[in-house]
Design a protein around this ligand. Structure first.
Ligand SMILES: NC(=O)c1ccc[n+]([C@@H]2O[C@H](COP(=O)([O-])OP(=O)(O)OC[C@H]3O[C@@H](n4cnc5c(N)ncnc54)[C@H](OP(=O)(O)O)[C@@H]3O)[C@@H](O)[C@H]2O)c1
Length: 269
């Protein structure tokens, strides 16, 4: 076994696949999320297929003392983590003034505050040569009307991740920001986007593709990981186009998705 990884949000989607691919690469994971049954199922699958014993940590990261609980868990099991994957997160698709403010602040707490808190607690415990991967998003490169707060949280994660990459150079710990576009997961259901069908699907990807690429690039210590060839062009264009023009373009795209969601709802889909 090469070492231990801590994967937040391992019960579904990108985090689940990352834990599987880390096992293929020889890493045992601490599988963290709220849904214990899904984590136990994944633990069994990884143990049967790859003969690697993962540990399950059912936990709500939003709980006040979640970071302390994680650190105590690692001490109790005498585990030293050399790969930290900050993946747990969610979004919300609605006009800002109509959104549930409790959901928005909970999103900022999980996507940003808890990610920072856990990273801060983990760095002193991680050996030289370790890896951190923060799951940001392509959304982090632009303002995102109608998913305003979600896009802003991902801009935060992207900026935070790149900044600590530089700060951590003397410790030989790298920090990579994973920036996928639309991926087929439970994200759309939680964010009420109307599902991936409502996305601009030109570059929609599956978790297998995203996870394999993400780990390959993380082990190369890339600061920013884009997951689709079209995203390189998008990020390049975003650097050229003034931000006040980007907002209305994203607004138009998100309005179409909201309209489609509403029409699907009224037709019973
Ligand atoms: N799918 C996309 O299109 C896309 C694109 C770009 C970036 N991303 C980012 O990718 C990351 C993973 O999302 P996904 O697409 O894989 O969606 P997902 O299938 O909904 O997975 C989200 C994971 O986060 C966990 N989670 C949510 N709230 C939690 C909490 N309070 N405490 C602990 N765990 C919690 C969920 O587990 P439990 O419900 O069991 O707690 C689940 O395992 C997110 O940060 C998301 O913003 C997604």
């Amino acid at each position: 076994m090469k070492g231990w990884a801590l994967v937040t949000g391992a019960s579904s989607g990108i985090g689940r696949q990352l834990a599987i691919d880390l096992a293929k690469a020889g890493y045992a994971s601490i599988l963290l999320a709220r849904r214990e049954s899904a984590l136990l199922e994944l633990q069994k699958e990884i143990s049967e297929k790859y003969q690697i014993h993962c540990l399950v940590l059912p936990l709500d990261l939003a709980a006040e003392n979640s970071t302390e609980t994680i650190v105590s868990f690692l001490k109790l099991h005498d585990v030293s983590v050399s790969v930290l994957i900050n993946n747990a997160g969610f979004g919300d698709h609605s006009p800002f003034e109509e959104a549930d403010i409790k959901k928005l602040t909970a999103m900022i707490n999980l996507n940003c505050t808890k990610l920072v808190e856990l990273t801060h607690a983990m760095i002193p415990l991680m050996p030289k040569g370790s890896y951190i991967m923060n799951v940001a998003s392509l959304a982090g490169f632009m303002p995102g009307p109608l998913m305003t707060v979600y896009y802003a949280t991902k801009a935060f994660v992207l900026s935070f991740s790149q900044a600590i990459h530089t700060e951590l150079l003397p410790l030989k710990i790298s920090s990579s920001a994973l920036c996928p576009g639309p991926v087929h997961t439970e994200f759309g259901k939680v964010a009420s986007t109307g599902g991936i069908g409502a996305f601009d699907t030109i570059s929609a990807q599956n978790v297998e593709e995203v996870s394999a690429l993400a780990l390959k690039q993380m082990f190369k210590r890339r600061q920013v990981i884009l997951t689709h060839p079209t995203h390189n062009a998008v990020v390049f264009l975003l650097r050229l186009v003034p931000r006040h023009i980007i907002g209305p373009i994203v607004y138009k795209a998100q309005s179409k998705r909201l309209a489609k969601k509403e029409s699907d709802k009224s037709s019973g889909h």
